[in-house]
Design a protein around this ligand. Structure first.
Ligand code: AR6
Length: 183
């Protein structure tokens, strides 16, 4: 499914984000930036060991050994990936505290702002927080697409792709996109 927003493209598709050829792909990381399971594990495996090396360097030099806070984003090279860059962001763990939607929106926004700042014009997102972190996907899809749509309405960026890992997830995001763009 594709839609045009203010001269930009927003596309939903199913697939493996490690195969995406956009300028950047986004990693649903954890604050340690040292890798993990899910999409994080897949990205590190496909990018090769240089990615972990750069993540460790960022932890040390940029973050002074602290964790990357939830909702923030950092950029590394893509190494063996088809994408030139990886933007690592940390989604919120779902515990229904009320703070999750704002934090999840910040993940999408800070990733898009970082991509724009680096003059990139295409980016692929996975469905942040809806795996291990347990965010209900219907709720997460609404926040993700609302945030991306608002950003595209206000900027000339290029192309944003949501890469969903299953047909089921794709269906949820399609329904949410129809609601978001019909408002
Ligand atoms: N391409 C696209 N989407 C994928 C891929 C892939 N190759 N692999 C998985 N997904 P998750 P989270 C989907 O758990 O919930 C890690 O251990 C997956 O089906 O990867 O933000 C990190 O280190 C789901 O829809 O991320 C953190 O500790 C979505 O990606 C923690 O998990 C997100 O699932 C982050 O949890």
């Amino acid at each position: 499914m594709r839609t045009e927003i203010n001269g930009n493209q927003l596309e939903l598709m199913t697939g493996d984000i490690t195969r995406q050829q956009t300028d950047a792909i986004v990693n649903a990381a954890n604050g340690s930036l040292l890798g993990g399971g899910g999409v994080d594990g897949a990205i590190h495996r496909a990018a090769g060991p240089e990615l972990l090396k750069e993540c460790k360097q960022i932890r040390k030099e940029l973050l002074h050994n602290e964790y990357l806070p939830t909702g923030e984003a950092v950029l590394t090279k893509g190494y063996q990936l088809p994408a030139s860059y990886v933007i690592h962001t940390v989604g919120p763990v779902w515990n229904n505290s009320g703070s999750e939607p704002g934090l999840l929106a910040n993940c999408y926004l800070s990733s898009l702002e970082l991509a724009k700042e680096k003059n990139l014009s295409s980016i692929s997102f996975p469905s942040i927080s809806t795996g291990v972190y347990g965010y209900p996907i219907e709720k997460a899809a609404q926040v993700a697409l609302q945030t991306i749509t608002e950003f595209l309405q206000n900027h000339h960026f290029g192309k944003v792709v949501m890469t969903l890992f299953s047909e089921q997830d794709y269906e949820v995001y399609s329904q949410a996109l129809k609601r978001v763009i019909s408002v």
